[in-house]
Design a protein around this ligand. Structure first.
Ligand SMILES: NC(=O)c1ccc[n+]([C@@H]2O[C@H](COP(=O)([O-])OP(=O)(O)OC[C@H]3O[C@@H](n4cnc5c(N)ncnc54)[C@H](O)[C@@H]3O)[C@@H](O)[C@H]2O)c1
Length: 302
């Protein structure tokens, strides 16, 4: 049975989501006021339906299986759009927000039926990274959350349902704790960005991909971890505001890959390296998932 997904936003995440759901065999529509972003995306995926406003989508999309909001992380923009989405899509359509850390209670502020809303936090690149963190609104019935979980699993994702809501969910809390320390090390002149990246990639990064933090600590020994934590914690950054270096970069428009400069100059060589890294990651994930499914099949035969 053909499945239908509508994406609100054709930015970094909307583009990755479009590629993911298209590859999974879904019929995909993307809504974004930015005509240029839509046309660029449609060039790479000609089967895509595009519209600059929800009202311009044909009525048959109102009974899509899933709507995912992926517009900028501005609460008022999201609440206004979610209320419009609720009015446009039929009552049974699941509505998900790809927010990086806003709560369902805030997001459903203007909705008449908050039981339709969940957070589905995909990771960039959305067509490559398997996990999606899921948080149901307090009003969402368990069966609806299960329906969303199954739909995402059917598209090839690994849904991870949180027991309760916290700002930033799991991954962004960990990512921001790590980045606060990285920026602190940079600001203290301990090492430059390239060196910090190299250390993290070729030590913590590769290890964590195969074990996760708890599994990794079990390998190292919890007594050793406790001894180090005892003297190190007082020396770690506990900054309560974002780093001045980060604020300055954003103020000067150095937003990273999408603006052509960030911690790195995004010239052709850097672009090519990032694309090769994304392709390598995609291949690694595919190989791991094939390994896991053949191990599961063998287990079933034994
Ligand atoms: N970039 C990431 O790595 C990442 C990862 C996970 C989650 N997120 C979250 O996903 C969401 C989108 O992030 P992004 O990085 O794709 O942002 P982005 O700025 O790249 O793209 C946002 C897009 O939304 C469009 N838009 C603005 N108003 C709209 C409206 N009313 N209707 C439809 N489209 C509209 C913009 O034109 C733009 O194309 C944010 O909530 C962000 O926090 C981002």
């Amino acid at each position: 049975m053909r499945r239908y997904v509508v994406l609100l936003g054709a930015g970094v995440m909307g583009q990755g989501l479009a590629r993911h759901f298209h590859r999974a065999g879904f019929q995909v529509a993307v809504v974004d006021p930015n005509a240029e972003a839509l046309e660029k995306l449609q060039k790479s995926l000609p089967e895509l339906t595009i519209a600059q406003d929800l009202a311009a989508l044909s009525a048959n999309w109102a009974s899509a299986d899933l709507v995912i909001e992926a517009v900028p992380e501005i609460l008022s923009l999201k609440t206004e759009l979610l209320a419009r989405a609720e009015a446009f899509f039929s009552a049974q359509v699941l509505i998900a927000s790809n927010t990086s850390g806003l709560t369902t209670a805030d997001l459903c502020r203007n909705m008449r039926h908050p039981e339709r809303l969940a957070i589905a936090h995909f990771f960039n690149p959305a067509d490559v990274i398997p996990v999606v963190e899921l948080v149901a609104s307090a009003q969402m019935p368990r069966e609806r959350l299960e329906q969303l979980t199954e739909l995402l699993r059917g598209s090839g994702k690994e849904p991870a349902v949180l027991h309760r809501e916290v700002p930033g969910f799991v991954a962004n809390r960990i990512q921001h704790a790590m980045m606060r320390e990285c920026l602190h090390l940079l600001d203290q002149g301990v090492a430059d960005a390239e060196t910090i990246d190299s250390i993290v990639r070729w030590s913590l990064g590769v290890r964590l991909a195969f074990t996760g933090p708890f599994g990794q600590r079990d390998l190292n020994g919890l007594d050793t971890h406790l001894n180090i934590a005892g003297y190190l914690y007082p020396d770690l950054s506990a900054a309560q505001t974002p780093s001045a270096t980060l604020q300055a970069k954003v103020a000067e428009g150095a937003l990273g890959r999408k603006s052509g400069a960030g911690f790195y100059a995004w010239d052709q060589a850097t672009q090519a390296r990032a694309q090769a890294a994304e392709a390598a990651l995609d291949a690694l994930i595919l190989q791991e998932s094939q390994g896991a499914s053949s191990a599961a099949q063998q287990g079933g035969q034994n």
